[in-house]
Unconditional design. Structure first.
Length: 69
């Protein structure tokens, strides 16, 4: 349940940021929109790296349990 809440909040935050990026593009503020998109890209990449690290750590723990049997 906790993971669902975190993902929902993340999707909500990204939706708001994308709304402001599109609004800024339509208003002719390309630099501001580009900054927002770069922040979103950085947030996405950091979340992806965190997930990959969690998967790798989980795999190591799982492999360790098999060796103990």
């Amino acid at each position: 349940m906790e993971t669902f809440i975190k993902r929902f909040v993340g999707i909500f935050f990204i939706s708001i940021m994308l709304f402001f990026a599109i609004k800024d593009l339509l208003d002719g503020k390309e630099v501001l929109a580009l900054g927002i998109v770069l922040i979103l890209l950085l947030a996405y990449l950091s979340a992806l790296v965190r997930e990959l690290i969690d998967l790798h750590i989980g795999k190591e723990e799982f492999d360790g349990e098999e060796e103990n049997k």
